[in-house]
Design a protein around this ligand. Structure first.
Ligand SMILES: *Cc1c(COP(=O)(O)O)cnc(C)c1O
Length: 378
C-alpha cells in the first residue's frame, strides 16, 4: 500500500503532454532543439544571465562549472558539508580539494564567517548552496570573493523562483547551477542547467557540454568542420525532457504559489510547538524570498528525530531526513580527512526532519501530518 501522505509528488501544469507530443510530431529528437532553446531562454531571462546551457542534471552543470574554473590538484574550494554529494564530487573529480565549512544554525546555509577562516592562497572558489530555496548571505560571500579573487559558483539546485537581496538565486555568482530532478519544484525527471553570468566562459562551456568538440561553432557556421578541441563529456539533455520542462517552467508561479500555501499552513499550525520548545521551524531572513522548496523541523536530538520519523511513518506519512554531512561520509573522510568538527552541521543533520510538501498536497493530508506531530509531543 502506498503511503497515504507521500513525501513528494510530481505536479503537472497540463501542457507537458502537448509539448512532448510536438517533439514527436516534429520527427526530430536532436538535442538543443526548440524546447531546449526555449527552456534556456526562459532561464536566461529569469537570471539575466549572459547565457544558459541546459544539461542532463545539476550534477553535470556542477562538473562543467568545476572544469570552466580550471580546477585541479593544489586548488581548494570552500563549500558546506551539509549538502548533496554532487556539490563536492564535481570538485574532487578534478583533483581539487573540497574544504568543508560549517553552516548558520538558523538557515542551515554556509556561514560567511566560517568561509573567511578557511581562505588561503590555494583557495580558488566558493560554492554556496541555497538550502531549501533560501538564499545564502550572498553580499558577504561576494565581498569575500572579490577581496581574494575567488570564483563564486552558486549551487542553486533547489532555488528556481527564489531570490535574495532583490536578485534571483542563480544571478549572484559567475556561474550557477539548477536541478530539475523529480524531487525539485520544477522537474522533468532528470535535468539541469548551467547559468553563465561571466560571458567570457560561455564559448568554452558549449564545448565542454558537447564532448569537448566545437560542434556548436560548426553548426552556427563559425568554423567549417568540427573536431575534438578540449576536455568535456556528454552533458546535453534530451529534447523530450526539455519539452516536459518548459511546461513546468511556464507554470513556476503556480507551482511555487501552491507550495507557499502548504508551507504557510504547516508554519502556522506548528507555531505552538515551537513556543513550547519542542521544535524549531525554518527561518527565512528578511532579504530572502524563498520558493518554499522544503519544510523542515529541528527537534531536540537524534533519538527524538528517529522516534518522530517512526511515528509519522506508522501513520502513513512519508517524512524523511538528510544529509549525512559530507565530511563524515566514507568518501569525505578519505578525501577531506583534515576537516575539523563542524558543530552546527553535525547537530542539524541529527535533528532534522522534512515533512511532505508538494504542489497539490491537500489540506486533509497536511492536517494528518500536523495532528501526528502534535500527538507525538503531547
Ligand atoms: C538535487 C541537488 C543536486 C543534484 O541535482 P541533480 O539534478 O540530481 O544532479 C545538487 N545539489 C543540491 C544542493 C541538490 O539539492
Amino acid at each position: 500500500m502506498p503511503p497515504r501522505v507521500p513525501f513528494t509528488q510530481t505536479f503537472l501544469s497540463g501542457k507537458e503532454l502537448e509539448y512532448v507530443t510536438r517533439v514527436i510530431e516534429q520527427g526530430s529528437l536532436a538535442s538543443d532543439g526548440p524546447f531546449s532553446q526555449q527552456s534556456a531562454e526562459w532561464l536566461k531571462q529569469y537570471c539575466g544571465a549572459a547565457g544558459v546551457l541546459m544539461t542532463s542534471s545539476c550534477t553535470a552543470a556542477l562538473e562543467m562549472a568545476a572544469m570552466l574554473c580550471e580546477l585541479g590538484p593544489g586548488d581548494e574550494v570552500i563549500m558546506p558539508s551539509f549538502t548533496f554529494v554532487s556539490t563536492a564530487s564535481a570538485v574532487t573529480r578534478t583533483g581539487a580539494q573540497p574544504v568543508f565549512v560549517d553552516i548558520d544554525r538558523r538557515t542551515l546555509n554556509i556561514d560567511p564567517a566560517c568561509i573567511a577562516e578557511q581562505v588561503n592562497s590555494r583557495t580558488r572558489a566558493i560554492i554556496p548552496v541555497h538550502y531549501a530555496g533560501v538564499g545564502c548571505a550572498m553580499e558577504a560571500i561576494g565581498e569575500l570573493a572579490r577581496e581574494h579573487g575567488l570564483v563564486v559558483i552558486e549551487d542553486a539546485a533547489q532555488g528556481v523562483g527564489a531570490a535574495c537581496g532583490g536578485r534571483p538565486l542563480g544571478a549572484h555568482g559567475q556561474l550557477s547551477t539548477f536541478s530539475f530532478h523529480h524531487t525539485k519544484n520544477v522537474a522533468c525527471g532528470e535535468g539541469g542547467a548551467l547559468c553563465v553570468n561571466d560571458e567570457s566562459m560561455l564559448e568554452r562551456a558549449r564545448i565542454l557540454r558537447d564532448k569537448g568538440t566545437n560542434r556548436a561553432a560548426f553548426l552556427s557556421g563559425q568554423v567549417d568542420k568540427y573536431s575534438w578541441v578540449d576536455e568535456g563529456s556528454s552533458y546535453l539533455p534530451s529534447e523530450l525532457a526539455c519539452a516536459f520542462l518548459l511546461a513546468q517552467l511556464e507554470a513556476v508561479e503556480q507551482i511555487n504559489g501552491a507550495r507557499k500555501q502548504a508551507y504557510e499552513f504547516y508554519h502556522q499550525q506548528l507555531e505552538q510547538l515551537e513556543e513550547q520548545g519542542h521544535i524549531v521551524r525554518p527561518h527565512v531572513p528578511a532579504e530572502c524570498q524563498t520558493n518554499h522548496h522544503l519544510y523542515h523541523l529541528l527537534v531536540a536530538d537524534r533519538e527524538v528525530r528517529d522516534q518522530l520519523l517512526l511515528a509519522l511513518n506508522e501513520n502513513g506519512i512519508h517524512a524523511v531526513f538528510h544529509y549525512v554531512p559530507l565530511h563524515l561520509s566514507p568518501m569525505g573522510k578519505r578525501l577531506a580527512p583534515e576537516t575539523p568538527t563542524l558543530p552546527v552541521t553535525e547537530s542539524s543533520s541529527e535533528r532534522i526532519l522534512r515533512l511532505p510538501l508538494f504542489a497539490g498536497i491537500t489540506t486533509e493530508q497536511q492536517q494528518q501530518v500536523i495532528a501526528a506531530i502534535h500527538d507525538f509531543f503531547t
